[in-house]
Design a protein around this ligand. Structure first.
Ligand code: SF4
Ligand code: MSK
Length: 677
C-alpha cells in the first residue's frame, strides 16, 4: 500500500512521510511484511487447543475435514470464537476489577491520591444495590459498595446484579437460552474450560457460551468499570479539548499516557500541575509540562479533565517519531511492543507501569494505588530530566490539531436534551418518534492497517449523520472523528442531515457524541435502556431503531463488545468478518439464527458506506415495525465508497517543518526499528 493510502489523517500522513524518508518501520510496514496472512487463521479453522495438533481443516474440501480428535470446522471455529470472546471479556473485566480495588483503597483511606469525586453516582448506586446510606459517610458507603462489586467478579451462584438493568425481554431471552451471566470471573473461567480439548464440541452451544461470557463483560466488568470510574474520578461533563499530533508542544516537556486504566493517568494529571514540578521543568528550560494521551487512557482523562489527545491506536508510533516525547507511559491493552524500539532512534523513554504488563526495553516503574502520587511524580521527574536530551533537529510536530467536545454520558444526555431542571430522554424519543431523528448508531472500536487509518470511521459516520442518525462513539473511533472535526456542534452545519441538524442546533450539541473509552461502551447499553424506559420507541432493546458498528476493529475486546451488543438485541456491523468464515454453519448462526435467539445479528461489511446503509435500513425496518412514520427528511444514499472517502480526506499539512527535512535529520543518524526483508 502506497504511504499516501495508509491513512486519511493529515498529521499521520506527514509522520509517515518522515518514517519513509528516515527508513523507520511502522505497523504498516510490519503488516506488509506479514503478507500473505494465514488463510486458516483468518477463516478460524486452525486449532492449537491440544498437542496432538496443531490441526487445520482444508477449506477446499479436499484435505482433512476433521482434526486429530475428530473436531469439525464448525467446532473449531466456534471454539476459537469463544476463546477470543473470553480474552476480550477478561481484559475489560480485569480493568473493572482494578478500578473497584482503587475505590476500596480510597474508601479505606489507604491511598494518597484517590477520593470519591462522584458522590451523586455513589449514592445512586448505593440505592440501586440496597446499601444503607442513612447516617453514614461517603467512605463507609463506598467501602460496602466496593465489597459488593468485587463480589460480582467472583460470584459463584445466582445472577450478575446489573442484568436487572436490562429490559424484561432481554432478561427473558437470556434465561430461555441459558445465557444469563453469573459472576464475571466464573463466566471467563467456564468459557476457557469449555474450549479445552474434548469438552464443548457443539457449535451453537459454544456460540451461546460466547454470548454469556460477553454479557458478563458488557453488563458486568465493563459496566462496573464505567460506574466506579465515574464515582472515583468524577462524572464527565461536556468539555472542550483538542486532538491530533499537533497537541504536542515544542517548548514543553511532553508526556504521553497510553493504554486503558485511568488509575495512574488520573493522578498524573494532578501531578503535572504541581508547582514544584513545574518549577523543575522551568529550570530545565521547558515552558511547562504537557500531558496528552493515546488510545483509551487518553479518552478517560479527556472525558474528565479535558486533557488533549495526541492520537489513536495506529498513531502510537507516529507520536514517538515527532521526537518531542520525553516519556511514554504505558499500562495495559493496545500498546505495541514495538514502541520501545523507538528509544533507539529518539530520546523518548517508555515506562511500563502495570504489574501485569512488561515490555522488553522499557523502564518498569510499577504502579500501586497506595503510592499513586509518589509514582506519578517520579515518572514526571524522569520526563523533566529527559527534556535536555531532546534533539531539536529531530523534532517534527505536525501543526494539525482539531477542536472537539467530549464528556457525554447517559446522565449528561438526560440533561442536554431535557434541560437541567427537567432531565429526560423524552426529547430524544420524541425526535425519533416524529422522524426528525431517524435513529441512533454506536460507531466504536479500533484502527487496523487492513483499512486506511480512520477512513472507514469517517466515511461511515458522515453517511449516518447525513441521514439523520445520531452517532455515539467510544475508543479510537471517537478519536478518529474528533480529528476530522465531527465532535463539534459546528459539524452539524457541515455534515448532519436536516432533522439531526435541527436538534443539534436547538441544544448546541455535536451530531457525534463522544461517550468515552472501550469499557464505556456500557454507557451505550444504559443509554439504550433509558430510551426503552422513556417509552414510545419499543419496550425492549431489540425493538429500538438503533444499530452498532466497529468498521476498523482489530482486538479481542471488540469481539466481546460486539457479542454483548448482539446478545442484548442490537444489530452490529463490523468491517472485517469475524474469523468464522471457515464454517458456513457458524456464519449462519451469527448472522441469522441469533435473530431468533436475541432479536439481533452480526453482519460483516468492509465497505463503510455500504455498512452505514445496512445500519440505516435496519433502523428503518425497526421504525416500520413500531409503526413510526418514515424519516421526516429522507435523502438519497450517497454513492461514496471507502476509496472515495479516502480521496476526499487526503490533505496533508506539513505544519511548521517540511516533512522531508525532519526525515533527513532522523535518517542521518538513525536507521531505527527497521524490518529486515
Ligand atoms: Fe487438533 Fe482436536 Fe487437538 Fe484441536 S483439539 S489441536 S483439532 S486434536
Ligand atoms: S484503545 S481496543 S484500539 S478502540 Fe481502547 Fe482503541 Fe480498540 Fe484499543
Amino acid at each position: 500500500m502506497a504511504v499516501r493510502e495508509r491513512s486519511v489523517d493529515a498529521a499521520s500522513l506527514q509522520m509517515l512521510k518522515v518514517a519513509e524518508e528516515a527508513d523507520i518501520a511502522t505497523v504498516w510496514d510490519r503488516f506488509e511484511s506479514q503478507q500473505p496472512q494465514c488463510g486458516f487463521g483468518r477463516l478460524g479453522i486452525c486449532c492449537r487447543n491440544c498437542f496432538m495438533g496443531p490441526c487445520r481443516i482444508d477449506p477446499f474440501g479436499e484435505g482433512a475435514q476433521v482434526g486429530i480428535c475428530g473436531a469439525t470446522a464448525d467446532t473449531i471455529v466456534a471454539r476459537n470464537l469463544l476463546k477470543n470472546t473470553a480474552v476480550g471479556a477478561a481484559a475489560h473485566s480485569d480493568h473493572g476489577r482494578e478500578i473497584v480495588h482503587a475505590l476500596r483503597m480510597a474508601a479505606g483511606g489507604k491511598s494518597d491520591a484517590y477520593k470519591i469525586r462522584g458522590p451523586v453516582k455513589l449514592h445512586k448506586l448505593a440505592e440501586e444495590y440496597g446499601i444503607a446510606r442513612h447516617d453514614r459517610s461517603d467512605d463507609e458507603i463506598a467501602k460496602d459498595l466496593a465489597e459488593l462489586l468485587l463480589a460480582e467478579f467472583g460470584r459463584q451462584e445466582g445472577v450478575l446484579l446489573n442484568t436487572a438493568r436490562a429490559p424484561e425481554q432481554q432478561q427473558r431471552n437470556w434465561a430461555a437460552l441459558g445465557t444469563v451471566p453469573r459472576g464475571v470471573d466464573r463466566e471467563v473461567v467456564t468459557a476457557m474450560h469449555r474450549t479445552h480439548v474434548g469438552v464443548d464440541n457443539e457449535a451453537e452451544h459454544l456460540l451461546l457460551g460466547a454470548a454469556r461470557t460477553a454479557l458478563a463483560d458488557g453488563w458486568g466488568g465493563s459496566m462496573i468499570a464505567t460506574d466506579v470510574s465515574d464515582m472515583l474520578f468524577g462524572e464527565p461533563k461536556p468539555l472542550r479539548s483538542r486532538v491530533n499530533l499537533g497537541v504536542l508542544k515544542e517548548d514543553e516537556v511532553n508526556i504521553l499516557v497510553h493504554g486503558h486504566e485511568p488509575t495512574l493517568s488520573d493522578v498524573i494529571v494532578a501531578a503535572s500541575q504541581d508547582p514544584e514540578l513545574l518549577a523543575e521543568a522551568a529550570a530545565k528550560g521547558a515552558k511547562g509540562i504537557n500531558l496528552a494521551g493515546i488510545c483509551c487512557t487518553a479518552n478517560e482523562i479527556l472525558m474528565r479533565h479535558g486533557v488533549p489527545i495526541a492520537g489513536n491506536f495506529l498513531q502510537q508510533e507516529l507520536a514517538l517519531m515527532t521526537g518531542a516525547v520525553e516519556v511514554m507511559l504505558v499500562d495495559v491493552q493496545c500498546v505495541f511492543p514495538a514502541v520501545t524500539e523507538f528509544q533507539k532512534c529518539f530520546h523518548t523513554k517508555v515506562v511500563s507501569t502495570s504489574p501485569k504488563a512488561r515490555f522488553p526495553g522499557a523502564t518498569h516503574i510499577e504502579f500501586h494505588e497506595e503510592h499513586a502520587m509518589e509514582t506519578a511524580k517520579k515518572i514526571i521527574r524522569m520526563a523533566i530530566e529527559n527534556f535536555a536530551n531532546r534533539d531539536p533537529a529531530r523534532v517534527t510536530i505536525p501543526a494539525t490539531q482539531e477542536k472537539l467536545v467530549a464528556g457525554f454520558t447517559t446522565d449528561v444526555v438526560h440533561e442536554i436534551l431535557g434541560g437541567k431542571y427537567r432531565p429526560s430522554y423524552r426529547p430524544l424519543n420524541d425526535g425519533i418518534q416524529t422522524g426528525r431523528l431517524r435513529g441512533v448508531a454506536g460507531v466504536v472500536g479500533c484502527n487496523n492497517p487492513k483499512f486506511p487509518h480512520d477512513g472507514s470511521h469517517l466515511a461511515m459516520v458522515k453517511e449516518l449523520i447525513r441521514n439523520d442518525v445520531l452517532v455515539v462513539q467510544t475508543g479510537c473511533s471517537a478519536i478518529a472523528c474528533g480529528k476530522a472535526g465531527l465532535l463539534t456542534p459546528e459539524a452539524a452545519e457541515a455534515h448532519a442531515g436536516k432533522g439531526l441538524g435541527e436538534i443539534c442546533r436547538a441544544v448546541g450539541m455535536p451530531p457525534v457524541l463522544h461517550v468515552g473509552s472501550c469499557v464505556d461502551n456500557s454507557r451505550i447499553l444504559t443509554a439504550c435502556v433509558e430510551m426503552v424506559n422513556e417509552g414510545g420507541i419499543g419496550d425492549s432493546l431489540d425493538k429500538l431503531p438503533v444499530a452498532g458498528a466497529a468498521p476498523e476493529w482489530m482486538s479481542e475486546k471488540a469481539i466481546s463488545i460486539g457479542m454483548y451488543f448482539v446478545a442484548s438485541g442490537i444489530f452490529v456491523v463490523i468491517g472485517q468478518a469475524l474469523p468464522v468464515e471457515g464454517s458456513a454453519a457458524v456464519v449462519e448462526m451469527l448472522t441469522q439464527t441469533f435473530e431468533k435467539h436475541f432479536g439481533a445479528t452480526w453482519a460483516f461489511e468492509p465497505d463503510p458506506v455500504k455498512a452505514a446503509h445496512r445500519m440505516i435500513d435496519h433502523i428503518d425496518r425497526k421504525r416500520a415495525d413500531l409503526g413510526l412514520p418514515p424519516p421526516m427528511y429522507e435523502v438519497p444514499y450517497a454513492p461514496k465508497t471507502n476509496g472515495a472517502a479516502r480521496a476526499a480526506n487526503r490533505t496533508v499539512s506539513t505544519g511548521g517543518q517540511p516533512a522531508g527535512e525532519a526525515g533527513a535529520a532522523v535518517a542521518a543518524s538513525c536507521r531505527g526499528p527497521r524490518i529486515e526483508d
